[in-house]
Write a protein that binds this ligand. Structure first.
Ligand code: NAP
Length: 361
């Protein structure tokens, strides 16, 4: 009864294969290997069925390869804008404490490789990958590298940012557009491409700033409500960030309720980063609850770097402490998640928060 043979086996194999695919765990490998071992058709099977059978086998092999790659890939942590300043110090500390590979990224290859060499001279072994967060192509090349070499990402630190100094003569609306492009839209683009790669128990740290709390306090009540809303969507936030840039072009930013403070474009772009972090954390809780990924924003303090200036009260190494703490939260930790932290402590995101005494304005 040859006919019965080719009728029954493919059905069994479909079920086994479906079960293996459905588990989403590494145990799928051994289960599906068993299924693969029994994948055989008798010579009298009809050509259509043989074709389907071959397709299933190919798909099955691809899944096996993916599972094998993910099971054997080392853990990986990545820091953006890490050729200097706090990002460099974060990579340095992760190289000492993170149990896997650490990727130092920089938009300029020569500056990035020089930073890697500096760390190698200290006996550390970061990897290098180019990343310009303003360039979608650059982000996607990095994404493909992470997929291929690691099957995903365990720690992402969104550190890269720019600021126009208070004395900079560049017109405000240009400052607003350029700063928003990197600090908010560049960070968001990295999240769009890399958050789907985050592995279970992954950690995401977004570098924000205390200046976002100062800005929030000084926004109009209407804007405050929007920025502290627990239901604001990413599209609504993008709309607010674009509106800020448009308002500066028309010179109506104060009339429209934006704060009247120094470093205004930097402050509003980072307010976007803080609120984006809350939104992404909420999405992760809804869509990947079982994966226990923790995502937070933080302020490193006032740090002596090109952004912080020479009067900062912390060294870059001290500034790296809170982001590294968040990057290395233990695998069984359930919080903090979706919070804003300073000095490793959660700060209330709202206009009534207390500002530390070192805040210069
Ligand atoms: P920093 O020394 O100026 O470092 C900024 C880094 O971002 C540099 O490596 C820079 O690369 C990189 N970068 C800028 N634009 C980029 C882009 N488009 N793509 C990729 N990398 C880019 O400043 P920092 O003080 O260490 O700042 C680190 C983070 O901490 C920032 O998010 C900042 O907002 C935050 N922060 C700092 C302070 C402080 O007091 N320093 C306070 C609060 C928050 P290049 O060298 O190529 O320019």
């Amino acid at each position: 009864m040859e006919g019965h043979n080719w009728n029954i086996w493919p059905l069994l194999q479909w079920r086994d294969l479906g079960g293996a695919l459905g588990t989403g765990s590494h145990s799928a490998e051994s289960k599906s290997t068993g299924a693969l071992a029994s994948l055989s058709l008798s010579a009298s099977a009809p050509p259509a069925l043989r074709g389907a059978h071959s397709t299933i086998c190919s798909a099955h092999r691809a899944v096996l390869a993916l599972h094998t790659a993910m099971a054997s890939a080392p853990q990986v942590a990545l820091v953006t804008g890490a050729n200097k300043g706090i990002g460099f110090a974060i990579v340095q500390q992760l190289c000492r404490q993170f149990p896997g590979d650490v990727v130092l990224t920089a938009r300029d290859e020569a500056r990035g490789r020089a930073a890697v060499q500096q760390l190698q001279a200290e006996g550390l072994s970061p990897r290098f990958h180019q990343l310009d967060i303003d360039d979608l192509q650059s982000i996607r090349v990095l994404r493909d590298f992470l997929r291929k070499e690691y099957g995903g990402l365990d720690v992402l630190v969104n550190n890269a940012a720019i600021v126009f100094k208070p004395a900079d003569p560049t017109p405000l609306h240009i400052q607003a557009e350029v700063t928003m492009k990197t600090n908010f839209f560049g960070t968001r683009a990295v999240c769009t491409e890399l958050l789907p790669l985050m592995k279970a128990q992954g950690r995401v740290v977004n570098m924000s700033s205390i200046i976002t709390l100062i800005a929030l306090k000084k926004c109009s009540p209407d804007l405050q409500q929007k920025f502290i809303s627990k239901t604001i969507t990413e599209e609504e936030l993008v709309g607010l960030m674009n509106k800020f840039v448009e308002d500066t072009k028309k010179g109506v930013q104060q009339k429209e309720g934006w704060p009247d403070i120094q470093l205004l474009p930097y402050a509003v772009s980072k307010m976007g980063v803080t609120v984006l972090s809350r939104i992404h954390a909420r999405n992760l809780s809804e869509q990947r609850r079982g994966d226990k990924i923790l995502l937070n924003a933080c302020c490193p303090g006032w740090v002596r770097t090109d952004i912080g200036g020479p009067k900062g009260i912390k060294s870059p190494e001290e500034g790296a402490e809170t982001p590294v703490y968040l990057a290395l939260l233990p695998s069984d930790a359930e919080r903090p998640h979706g919070e804003f932290l300073m000095e490793k402590k959660v700060e209330q995101w709202g206009p009534l928060c207390q500002l530390p005494s070192w805040v210069p304005f």
